[in-house]
Design a binder for this molecule. Sequence first.
Ligand SMILES: [Zn+2]
Length: 284
Amino acid sequence: MQASRLAALAARDPTIAGCADAAAHLPSPDMQLRLFALPCGWLESDLRMFLAGARGAIRVPVPAWLIVHPRGAVVFDSGLHPATQRDPAERLGDLAAVFRVAFRPGEEIGARLASLGVDPQGVRWLVSSHLHFDHVGGNAALPNAAWVLQRREWEAACDPDLRARNHYDARDFDCGHDRVLVDGEHDLFGDGAITCLPTHGHTPGHQSLRVRLASGDVVLTADACYLRRTLDETLLPPIVHDREAALASLARLRALETVGARLWFGHDPGAFAGARQTTPFEIA
Ligand SMILES: [Zn+2]
C-alpha cells in the first residue's frame, strides 16, 4: 500500500479526520503528543549476543511503544507472541535456547494497551521497526491497524533466502494487515510529529521512530542500537545483516543525540529498571 492509501485510510477514520487534507499537514498549535513505554516481557541471553566479544549475561526488556496523537493511537513494535508465555521453544525453535523468554500473562501488547484504556481493536496505526520475533509477535492483537514498515524489510520477508537468514517467522506478521510500505524517511501524518527514520543494517529495512514531544525529540532506536554501550563503544552484535549499514545507522543516531534528541535504546535494561519494569510508563 502506498502513502496515498494511507491518506485514504486516514480519511475514513473519524479519530484522525482531516489527515488527508492539506490543512492537516500544518503543525497544530495545540497538538500534544503522549508517548508511553510498554514493557512486554524480558529476554535473557549471553551478553555477547548483544555486544560482540563481551562476557557475562544480560536480561533485556522487550518494549513496545504507544504514541497518542490527536489523529489516533500509534503503536511502534508489538513485542513477543503470547504463545511464548507458555512454550517458547515450540514457537521460537532454536532461538529459544539463545534468548530465554521471561514473559507473563498480562504483559502482552493487548493487555498493556488495555491497561491504559486503549482498545487494541481500535488502534489504526502499527509501525514496525523490523520483523524479528520480539518486535512483531503481537501484531495479530492489532487487527484493524494499518501496518507501516520499510519496503526493503517487506521485500526481505518475501525472499526465502533473506527470510531464513534473518530468522523471520511469517506467522508473526502475516496477519492480513493493510500494508503501508515506505521508502526511507516517512512523516506518518505529514505534521512532523511522528517520523520513520531508516536505520538499515540490523536487518535489510530496519527503521527507528522519531517522536516530537513538547519537551523535545525522542528517538526510539529499536534494534539499530540495542544498548547505551552499543552507541558509546560502537559495539555491534555478532549477527548483523549489513555491518557497514549498521555502523552508518549508529552514526546517524549519534548525530541525532548530538543535536539534542533523547534516544531510547532497543533493549537497554537500565531505562526499564525498578518499578518501571512491570508497568507502562510515560516518557514526558
Ligand atoms: Zn529486538
